[in-house]
Design a protein around this ligand. Structure first.
Ligand SMILES: *[C@@H]1O[C@H](CO)[C@@H](O)[C@H](O)[C@H]1NC(C)=O
Ligand SMILES: *[C@@H]1O[C@H](CO)[C@@H](O)[C@H](O)[C@H]1NC(C)=O
Ligand SMILES: *[C@@H]1O[C@H](CO)[C@@H](O)[C@H](O)[C@H]1NC(C)=O
Ligand SMILES: *[C@@H]1O[C@H](CO)[C@@H](O)[C@H](O)[C@H]1NC(C)=O
Ligand SMILES: *[C@@H]1O[C@H](CO)[C@@H](O)[C@H](O)[C@H]1NC(C)=O
Length: 255
């Protein structure tokens, strides 16, 4: 009797394993991604057009595989059985930590347009654990469409939009290594925007481009630079054929 039972349990476990490997995520937008140690992780996002359903799915693609034409499908692996996965839409993320192996999420919109959730969640890719990070100091308002940047133990969160009260932000908030927030907004900071792209340049400047300003897409003809070493803002005009203005797009800086 016991043997039969354990045999059935084993069968269920094997079936479960097969399903786990053939994981096929729902279509979505507003999710996050992060590339760490050859794994491209995907987090949460909305699976419906009206954004009423916000998933807490968590899965990855192992990019150590050989991507060539003999491969007809790229397998996803689900990690959705882990505890503490956030349900957030149009949040921001950054790769942080002394070994660049922790995913940090910032803000976003929660279920039913709520902002009643944690400002920051972290996922440690070594211990496979999600945590809600407690921070203090001058707490920044929770908001969507921020693309945070991590540099030398500091997290820089610029701009964003609160779609409950319709407030666009142009504040620049900085989280230090002791999880202490300070407000380093300068009077000549760019106007409030969300859904821009950001990149940390090798000279310590953070580049900001595009996004939404008061519901209008921002032109790609001006690049904003925040100098993390000297705490100052600059802007530069771009040259060449300017792509159409846009917000909520993505970018990758390749060295
Ligand atoms: C394509 O990938 C397969 C599986 O990894 C490998 O056996 C094959 O040699 C690769 N072909 C090329 C042209 O790289
Ligand atoms: C979100 O709204 C739906 C529909 O109004 C409701 O059924 C659900 O309980 C709400 N969820 C939360 C977490 O507020
Ligand atoms: C940060 O400073 C800016 C400019 O003084 C201000 O508008 C904003 O409300 C401040 N943010 C917080 C969270 O105190
Ligand atoms: C936190 O940051 C503020 C600057 O916003 C600073 O004045 C304060 O000393 C810091 N607190 C600690 C414990 O580091
Ligand atoms: C660019 O910087 C200059 C010099 O600080 C400033 O006068 C100008 O308003 C800025 N332009 C924009 C679009 O922010």
């Amino acid at each position: 009797m016991m043997e039969k039972l354990s045999y059935i349990l084993l069968l269920i476990l094997q079936l479960f394993t097969v399903f786990a490997y053939s994981y096929s995520p729902n279509p979505r937008s507003g999710h996050l991604s992060a590339f760490i140690n050859n794994k491209l992780y995907f987090i949460s996002g909305s699976t419906t057009l009206d954004r009423a359903v916000i998933s807490n799915d968590f899965f990855y693609i192992d990019c150590s595989m050989n991507f060539n034409s003999s491969i007809n499908s790229i397998p996803y692996t689900s990690l959705s059985n882990l505890n503490g996965i956030p349900s957030i839409d149009v949040a921001g993320s950054s790769i942080v930590g002394p070994y660049n192996d922790i995913i940090l999420t910032f803000g976003g919109i929660g279920l039913n347009n709520s902002y009643g959730y944690q400002l920051i969640y972290t996922f440690d890719t070594k211990s496979l654990t999600w945590n809600s990070l407690s921070t203090y100091g001058i707490l920044p308002p929770i908001r969507k469409g921020v693309r945070p940047v991590f540099s030398y133990g500091r997290l820089y969160a610029f701009g964003g939009f609160n779609n409950i009260n319709g407030t666009p932000y142009n504040s620049l908030d900085m989280l230090d290594i002791g999880f202490n927030w300070s407000n380093i907004t300068l009077s000549n900071a760019p106007s409030g925007r969300d859904g821009y792209v950001s990149a940390l340049l090798s000279n310590g400047n953070i580049l900001y481009l595009g996004g939404y300003i008061s519901g209008q897409t921002a032109g790609l003809d001006i690049v904003y630079l925040y100098d993390t070493n000297n705490n100052l803002w600059q802007n530069m005009s771009t040259a060449g054929t300017t792509p159409e203005s846009r917000g909520y797009f993505t970018s990758v800086l390749s060295n």
